[in-house]
Ligand binder design. Structure first.
Ligand SMILES: Nc1nc2c(ncn2[C@@H]2O[C@H](COP(=O)(O)OP(=O)(O)OP(=O)(O)O)[C@@H](O)[C@H]2O)c(=O)[nH]1
Length: 446
């Protein structure tokens, strides 16, 4: 299955929540419009629509109390890290030049400045064989005369074929509808500020128009893509070796699993990797890393339980340099219970590895668990104080209705999102693609 297919099916809870909400909003105040095809939304006009409110019409006030997202508790994740399938079966990630540096020299060139290249983790493609040969017939109008709200059928729309004969539901885009959109987006964990801005942008230049569910979904997807595009950046790879990647995040956010996936994928891309199991307080975390390391053929440096993680990091740095490794991935503890201790521990790791390379760590990845919803925003704030966070990895986007938090994170912090995790298997970590994410989140087909 293509990564988009997987993303879409795994983001089911988030997308179905938004999709159903958008449909309900249009149906609530709309009516069937048999004569008008369900066309893609027109570009906003320069001025307001003829019967739109005057330009100084204020954007509707936000709801007094933001509706809170349902308190969803994710199913207990298994304790053991998943064991990847035979790594030989995995697609090798291509090495691409950094988009900003089109003239970056090829790896054999003299050592230039960094960053020089990025490694997208797994290629994201929609193979044609994933698509059916035949277009399913349009859904029939139910016997009670209720108009069908979707045009063209699932794959009809996917292939851009004409709309179905079924009348399309449309609703006049007015203040009330914008307010409903705001509430829906807030409930989808996009955060109050972002939700208000997104809803206002969706409505801009379209007040007074009759819009369909599909148009609204496309407008939302376009807004989400616009917010996410600047932060979608694969992990940069530098020519300096070993490139030291410090991985931080609260306990259980998915650090160990992410390090395992990254190590395997980098190995597949032909990079040599060393892992340091820096969470010396959790024997289970060390064991998990060892399982991933064994499978990926990557050495995992460990230290006795309770020993100093900084000294382990120093040893790992020494080994990585001696081995000529390309990457050193350092796992860290995530105990936020005592922030001062954690801050000192992270600072000491950094101090010690800088004795070996004053520029290390070259990346500090913050791993966030999507199921924590708005809590992820606080975690970014805290970890930015504890460590010099350079980028994010969002795990567990599968099985949560809180995927919208990624939009809030991008909007609020603008930190690069290097990858997303949508499962426990090795290929369930992929570079972040804003368009695919927006389509999956809003329930649009690609
Ligand atoms: N469904 C799902 N589960 C994931 C994903 N990433 C990690 N997990 C699971 O989340 C649980 C915690 O992951 P870990 O990698 O151990 O998290 P950690 O941050 O290292 O946790 P500590 O070792 O306690 O610090 C494990 O059961 C993983 O299999 C993901 O993208 N999707």
């Amino acid at each position: 299955m293509s990564f988009f297919g997987k993303l879409k099916s795994r983001l089911f809870k988030s997308s179905s929540k938004l999709e159903e909400g958008l449909e309900a909003i249009v149906e609530e105040g709309g009516s069937a419009d048999p004569d008008t095809p369900d066309t893609p939304p027109a570009e906003p006009e320069p001025g307001p629509a003829p019967d739109a409110p005057p330009p100084d019409d204020p954007v509707p006030e936000p709801p007094e109390e933001a509706p809170t997202a349902p308190d969803e508790v994710p199913p207990d994740a298994p304790d053991e890290a998943p064991v990847p399938e035979d790594p030989a079966d995995l697609p090798a990630p291509p090495v691409e030049p950094e988009p900003d540096a089109p003239d970056a020299p090829v790896p054999s060139d003299p050592v230039p400045e960094r960053p020089s290249e990025t490694v997208p983790l797994t290629p994201l493609e929609i193979p044609q064989e994933d698509l059916p040969d035949e277009v399913p017939p349009p859904t029939e109008v139910p016997g009670d005369g209720t108009p069908e709200t979707r045009g063209g059928g699932f794959f009809g729309r996917l292939f851009g074929r004409g709309p179905s004969e079924a009348p399309v539901m449309r609703r006049v885009l007015d203040d009330e509808m914008v307010e409903s959109l705001e509430e829906l987006l807030i409930a989808a964990d996009m955060g109050v500020d972002t939700s208000l801005r997104v809803a206002a942008n969706m409505a801009e230049g379209r007040y007074g128009r009759r819009v369909s569910t599909r148009e609204i979904k496309e407008l939302l997807a376009a807004e989400i893509t616009r917010i996410m595009e600047p932060v979608a950046k694969p992990l940069p790879l530098y020519r300096t070796t070993p490139q030291v990647v410090l991985v931080v995040g609260v306990n259980g956010s998915g650090k160990t699993t992410t390090i395992g996936k990254l190590a395997s994928q980098f190995r597949e891309a032909g990079k040599s990797v060393v892992i340091a199991a820096g969470d010396t307080f959790r024997a289970a975390a060390v064991e998990q890393l060892q399982i991933w390391g064994d499978r990926a053929g990557v050495p995992v440096l460990t230290a006795p339980e309770g020993s100093d993680p900084a000294s382990l990091a120093f040893d790992a740095m020494t080994k990585a340099q001696a081995d000529g490794a390309d990457l050193l991935l350092i796992d860290t503890a995530g105990r936020l219970q005592n922030r001062q201790d954690l801050m000192e521990e992270l600072a000491k790791i950094v101090r010690v590895i800088r004795k070996k390379d004053p520029d290390a760590p070259h990346n500090t990845l913050l791993v966030l668990d999507a199921t924590t919803g708005q809590n992820a925003l606080q975690q970014v704030e805290i970890f930015r104080k504890l460590a010099d966070v350079s980028g994010l990895v969002m795990t567990k986007l599968d099985g949560t209705a809180k995927g919208g938090v990624l939009v809030a994170l991008a909007d609020k912090f603008g930190l690069p999102i290097h990858a997303i995790g949508v499962g426990e298997q090795i290929d369930d970590l992929a570079p972040f693609d804003p368009e695919e994410f927006a389509a999956a989140l809003t329930g649009l087909e690609q």
